[in-house]
Design a protein around this ligand. Structure first.
Ligand SMILES: [Zn+2]
Length: 148
């Protein structure tokens, strides 16, 4: 076996490899593979593993994960609602603009129908005191008739 044997390390340490003698022969010849196998063997030594700092499991981790997921879901829902509200505001704005356009069109389409003297007549009927008095007489006329 001329090629390096580093990839066979796990099989070698678990005695799952048939070419164990070949590998050990290569290890005697090759410093690189020998130091690799040495290092890995020391790492997998139960004494070394027990000396490694241990991670203490957090008993509240499942609860924290669940609450975190719930928070994210809530945030997403809020975001969705804010988007909907934003689109509603936009829709209301567009609607207001459209109503404005329609009203403006109806006003501008109505105004050419009046002729100038008609407008003057309307203006006079509103502003001129004579017309107002005649209008008042018309309103008060039935009352006069009641008195007579
Ligand atoms: Zn090698």
């Amino acid at each position: 076996m001329s090629a390096h044997v580093k990839i066979y390390f796990l099989d070698w340490i678990e005695n799952r490899i048939s070419r164990k003698e070949e590998i050990e022969r290569h290890l005697q010849e090759c410093d690189s593979c020998c130091s690799y196998y040495d290092k890995m063997t020391k790492l997998l030594d139960p004494g070394v593993i027990s000396d490694l700092p241990r991670l203490i499991p957090d008993p509240f981790m499942p609860t924290r994960i669940v609450s975190l997921a719930a928070e994210q879901k809530q945030a997403q829902t809020k975001l969705l609602f804010s988007k909907i509200r934003l689109s509603l505001e936009g829709l209301a704005f567009i609607l207001a603009v459209l109503i404005g356009i329609v009203l403006g069109k109806s006003i501008t389409s109505q105004s050419p129908q009046y002729k100038t003297d008609e407008i003057l007549g309307i203006y006079n009927s509103v502003v001129s005191p004579e017309d107002l008095s005649t209008q008042m007489e018309l309103i008060l006329d039935p009352l006069k008739g009641d008195h007579q």
